[in-house]
Design a protein. Structure first.
Length: 182
C-alpha cells in the first residue's frame, strides 16, 4: 500500500512539472506569437499644397503633430495580435530623403532592410488650415500587394483633430484590414 502511494506521488510530481509546458503548447497565443508578422511603420510625410505653406513655410506645431502620427499607428498595430513592430531607425535617413508614398516600391526595399514583412507609409495632405487628409497604406514586402489602405478627412489643423483623425482611420478602416490580412 505504501509503495502504491509513493508511485502515485511520483507520477503526480512528474505531471505537475509537465503541466506548464502543456499549457504553453495549448495556449492560443503560442501559435500567434510564432506566426507574428513584423511591421515597419515609417514616419508620416506632409504634402502641403496650401496657400499658408507656400507663403509661410514650415509650421513648427504642424511638424510636431506629424512626428506623433507614426508612433501612434505603431502602437495601434503593435497591440493587434499577430503583428509586431520593427525599428525603422537604421533606414530612417533614407526614408526621410524621399516621398515614400510616391517613390515606386522604395518603402518595400527599406522595410526589407530592417527585416519587416509589412511596410506602412502615411501622409497628411494639407489643402488649407481647415481641410486636411490623413492617408495610410500597408504593403506585403515580399509580394508588393497592398494589404490595407485608408483615408480620413479632418476639418481643422489642431493636435486634437490630427489625433482623432488617425484614431478614426485605425479603428474604422485599417484595423479591420490588418485583421483580415493575417
Amino acid at each position: 500500500m505504501i509503495r502504491q502511494t509513493m508511485s502515485c506521488g511520483r507520477r503526480l510530481a512528474r505531471q505537475a512539472r509537465l503541466f506548464p509546458v502543456v499549457l504553453l503548447l495549448a495556449s492560443p497565443s503560442a501559435p500567434a506569437l510564432a506566426a507574428a508578422k513584423s511591421v515597419a511603420v515609417f514616419d508620416f510625410q506632409l504634402i502641403d499644397s496650401s496657400l499658408q505653406g507656400s507663403m509661410e513655410g514650415v509650421d513648427p506645431a504642424q511638424t510636431k503633430r506629424l512626428e506623433k502620427m507614426a508612433p501612434e499607428l505603431r502602437d495601434d498595430i503593435g497591440h493587434l495580435p499577430g503583428y509586431q513592430i520593427v525599428d525603422t531607425g537604421p533606414v530612417e535617413k533614407k526614408a526621410d530623403a524621399q516621398y515614400l508614398s510616391s517613390c515606386g516600391n522604395c518603402a518595400l526595399g527599406l522595410a526589407k532592410q530592417v527585416g519587416a514583412d509589412v511596410a506602412v507609409v502615411g501622409t497628411v495632405q494639407k489643402v488649407s488650415n481647415l481641410i486636411l487628409n490623413i492617408n495610410a497604406y500597408a504593403f506585403d514586402v515580399t509580394s508588393g500587394k497592398e494589404i490595407a489602405r485608408g483615408s480620413a478627412d479632418i476639418r481643422s489643423n489642431t493636435d486634437e483633430s490630427w489625433h482623432r483623425g488617425l484614431a478614426y482611420l485605425w479603428k474604422n478602416v485599417l484595423k479591420k484590414q490588418f485583421e483580415q490580412a493575417k
